[in-house]
Write a protein of this length. Structure first.
Length: 453
């Protein structure tokens, strides 16, 4: 996709397309100083166009700027400078120059093309932000955070800002249509900004449902820690129970009744062990997803220690599981004393696992508080917010242009690009669906099975 550069070509004296109001200096004697300056501006424009066509955009920008600063500057100098800035990747600078060109008096045609190019620049800036910034704000891997709603708010704010940027690009295309009602390309691109906005709104709503579903169904680490502590207490009680089983069998119940009670207790213990294991696996997996999102960023303080404690909790849980297996084997063999010892060991290791998980949670909370403290200094935050607001008011209309895999130079969008957008949205939806299904399969709390037999 290429910028509309008709006026760049037009600045070259003798060009075959529409000429701007840039005439060569008169040759009548004598040449006045003002006329000499005007002729110099025309020469700068000629040289700038030549450099632009040769791909020397930095040199072209300098010549166009010098021509624009001349006393009798050609009308198209600022427009040409904007095109050169864009070709160097300076979307902000290009947008500022296009707006300046659009505001020039007596340049209605340039105003219309400037509005069109502003829309393209804005569309490109928004698409770049969508592919880079928004993907890094995915809230799903943060459902185990101390404050998961904070991650959702960051994502929601990011979507809102993108929608506003697409809306501003649409306004620029609307202005281009007002200047040239028969401009089919401007009308088509205006429609694409509407499509982008609708797609973002639909994506946000789908993400909201997924995020809330995970929040409602996932077993949180604090719940897992409490369950493991409860399990440790149950293990200890079971061990004490086994120590007196022989006397109880003789006085209160038959051996078969005691064995049934022990088997039920063992099944309950195994179920809790499975849930605790699932929770630790979930915490570790989501942590890996966070690391993948933060690739290239400095590692957060304490994150390695946090991972080590989660791993230690998993190891303790596995030891408890092994001790429980030994206890079950001893119960089958009728060795109550060995079963009691194994269950005492299981209780101790379960308590260790709960403590490690709680330590990991506390460290994560402290880490979050430190990060918030560094980012949310009241005075600094107000200043930064004000600066961001000022920058947004200046820049957001400027960072906009249609994204394309082709060399962005300024032609209208093609049907193939619209098809690529549709395919991108379909691929994104499929990716999100697969991610949600994977999380459901691995991490959701198991639902009870209703037996019909």
């Amino acid at each position: 996709m290429k910028l509309d550069r008709r006026h760049i070509a037009a600045c070259m004296v003798g060009a075959s397309v529409l000429m701007l109001a840039v005439a060569p200096a008169p040759t009548a004697p004598p040449i006045a100083e003002a006329t000499e300056r005007a002729r110099s501006a025309v020469e700068l424009m000629r040289e700038g166009v030549a450099k632009y066509d040769a791909g020397e955009f930095g040199a072209a920008e300098a010549m166009f700027r010098a021509a624009a600063l001349a006393q009798d500057a050609p009308v198209g100098a600022v427009f040409n400078e904007a095109c050169a800035l864009y070709r160097q990747g300076d979307l902000d600078g290009a947008a500022r120059a296009f707006r300046e060109a659009a505001a020039q008096r007596g340049a209605a045609k340039i105003a219309g093309r400037s509005a069109y190019n502003l829309g393209l620049v804005g569309l490109e800036g928004a698409d770049q932000a969508r592919s880079v910034d928004l993907d890094g704000l995915d809230p799903l891997p943060h459902v185990f955070d101390q404050d998961p709603d904070k991650a959702w708010q960051a994502y929601d704010d990011g979507v809102t800002q993108l929608i506003e940027r697409y809306a501003r690009a649409g306004d620029d295309f609307r202005e281009a249509i007002a200047q040239a009602p028969d401009d089919a390309e401007a009308a088509r691109n205006f429609g694409l900004t509407r499509q982008r906005i609708r797609a973002l709104q639909q994506e946000r709503e789908a993400k909201r449902e997924q995020f809330q579903e995970l929040k409602d169904q996932l077993l949180r680490p604090e719940d897992a820690a409490q369950q493991m502590e409860d399990l440790a207490q149950q293990q200890q009680e079971q061990a004490e129970q086994n120590q007196s089983d022989e006397q109880q069998q003789q006085q209160q119940q038959s051996p078969s009744q005691a064995q049934q009670g022990q088997q039920q207790a063992s099944q309950d213990t195994q179920s809790l062990l499975d849930q605790a294991q699932q929770t630790l696996d979930t915490a570790q997996q989501l942590r890996k997803q966070q690391q993948q999102q933060q690739q290239g960023q400095p590692e957060q303080a304490g994150s390695q220690a946090n991972e080590q404690m989660i791993e230690q909790a998993k190891q303790a849980l596995e030891q408890a599981r092994e001790a429980q297996r030994r206890a079950e084997e001893s119960l089958k063999d009728g060795d109550q004393e060995a079963a009691a010892k194994a269950q005492e060991q299981a209780a101790q290791t379960m308590q260790e696992a709960a403590e490690k998980l709680r330590e990991a949670m506390q460290q994560q909370q402290q880490q979050d508080q430190q990060e918030q403290g560094g980012q949310n200094d009241p005075q600094q935050g107000d200043q930064q917010s004000q600066a961001n607001s000022e920058q947004q008011s200046e820049q957001t209309p400027e960072q906009q242009q249609q994204a394309s895999a082709e060399d962005a130079q300024g032609e209208p969008l093609e049907e193939q690009q619209a098809e690529q957008l549709v395919q991108y949205l379909l691929d994104k939806e499929q990716q999100q669906h697969e991610q949600l299904e994977a999380i459901r399969a691995r991490f959701l709390r198991p639902a009870p099975v209703e037996r019909d037999w």
